[in-house]
Write a protein that binds this ligand. Structure first.
Ligand SMILES: *Cc1c(COP(=O)(O)O)cnc(C)c1O
Length: 383
């Protein structure tokens, strides 16, 4: 009917994209009564992930946050320690430092991948070395589906003998110089939260090149029970093991991950082609020798050039029932971490002030993409 407005459905930022294999594995878990945090899907998902990623050893956990907590615990982070951490990331990257009673020190990003700046990291390590107070560990996040400059970061950390934790929660399936995200630290972390590129509804994984580290993680994740016929405990553990039902979902998701990455990269290219001509608009860069999954399509809007603010674009999207978000608020700006030291910070501040993520779910229809593009363009004068 001309003039009638069709009912529009809400477009979400990054909803789960579930296929049919997931359901088959979940049904199998029910049929065999393996519904607790034990059962064949757990070992299967762990070995299938090792095969896909090239990691040596992996354990399924209840969340990426739990995996990060085990990571800092395994590296013996203790009260009084400092731990370096990316500032341009989600708060879950840093919280486990505080769970261990230690203090975060934040490091700014570089403009090439938006991840931790290796030069600033070197400066920060040199400064702490002069004061005789090196950090116990360094947590580097791979943001928005892209790996950090790992060769440079590894060299900086090696020069001072400080171990690296790779928070690859957002970068499952990304590669850097041919190697998967998650393979660059002593331990790596994946998240399978509902909005991530691969989901188990909620869940995560700790991976390591050292199988004994993962055995130790298994012990801690299952309440640190000592070998005995009764319940005997000599150290503090956690209840962090994933359910076998959710591991079944993960197995289905892992199979379709390559296709999901291809689709998210296509979505990014569509947006870039449709919006790249707008003044002051710049898309997230991609490192040479690196393949970003484009988990979320991210861009920045320089208001001086655009004549339009990021806020105005967000408002136009919200008015059309489209979910979009500013980029991460840097952790050094969070009220929770106001007192923490920070090296640099200006780039993360600018990304937060000007940046935005657009709906990027791999299940998005072409009409949805057009609707997002039209809403963004409507804000630009003469566009
Ligand atoms: C999602 C996320 C986490 C936490 O993962 P959960 O599975 O949600 O606990 C950690 N770090 C980063 C960078 C994330 O985006």
């Amino acid at each position: 009917m001309p003039g009638a407005t069709a009912t529009k459905t809400r477009i979400y930022l990054s909803p789960p994209h579930i296929g049919s294999e997931e359901r088959r594995h979940v049904d199998a878990a029910f049929a065999t009564n393996w519904i607790s945090p034990a059962g064949p899907h757990l070992a299967a998902l762990e070995s299938e992930m090792c095969a896909a990623s090239g990691v040596e050893s992996a354990i399924c956990l209840t969340s990426g946050t739990a995996a990060l907590h085990l990571a800092v615990r395994l590296l013996r982070v203790r009260p009084g320690d400092e731990v370096f951490c990316s500032t341009f990331t989600f708060v879950a990257s840093a919280n486990p430092i505080v769970y261990q009673g230690a203090s975060p020190v934040f490091i700014d990003a570089e403009p090439r991948s938006w991840n931790m700046d290796p030069e600033l990291l070197t400066e920060a390590l040199a400064e702490r070395a002069r004061r005789g107070r090196l950090p116990r560990a360094i947590i580097v996040a791979d943001i928005y589906g892209q790996c950090a400059e790992w060769d440079e970061i590894q060299a900086a950390a090696d020069a001072y003998g400080v171990p690296l934790i790779e928070d690859a929660a957002e970068a499952v399936g990304a590669t850097y110089r041919g190697r998967w995200a998650g393979r660059f630290g002593c331990v790596g972390v994946y998240s399978f939260n509902g909005n991530k590129i691969m989901t188990t509804g909620g869940g995560g994984m700790l991976v390591s090149p050292d199988a004994t580290v993962i055995e130790r993680a298994h012990q801690l994740a299952t309440q640190a029970r000592d070998p005995a016929p009764h319940y005997e405990h000599s150290e503090l553990g956690y209840n962090y093991r994933m359910s076998n039902v959710l591991a079944g979902i993960g197995r289905g998701q892992l199979q379709s991950l390559p296709a999901r990455i291809v689709r998210r990269r296509e979505i990014f290219e569509c947006y870039r082609q449709a919006l790249g001509d707008l003044p002051g608009v710049r898309f997230m860069p991609e490192l040479a020798d690196s393949r970003c999954t484009r988990w979320l399509t991210c861009l920045t809007i320089d208001p001086e050039i655009a004549g339009v603010s990021r806020g105005a674009v967000l408002a136009a999207l919200a008015a059309d029932d489209i979910e979009a978000r500013p980029l991460w608020k840097p952790l050094h700006q969070q009220p929770l971490y106001q007192a923490a030291p920070v090296f640099g910070g200006a780039l993360a501040d600018r990304l937060f002030a000007q940046g935005l993520c657009l709906p990027s779910g791999s299940g998005m229809a072409t009409e949805d993409l057009s609707r997002v593009v039209a809403a963004v363009r409507s804000v630009f004068p003469g566009a």
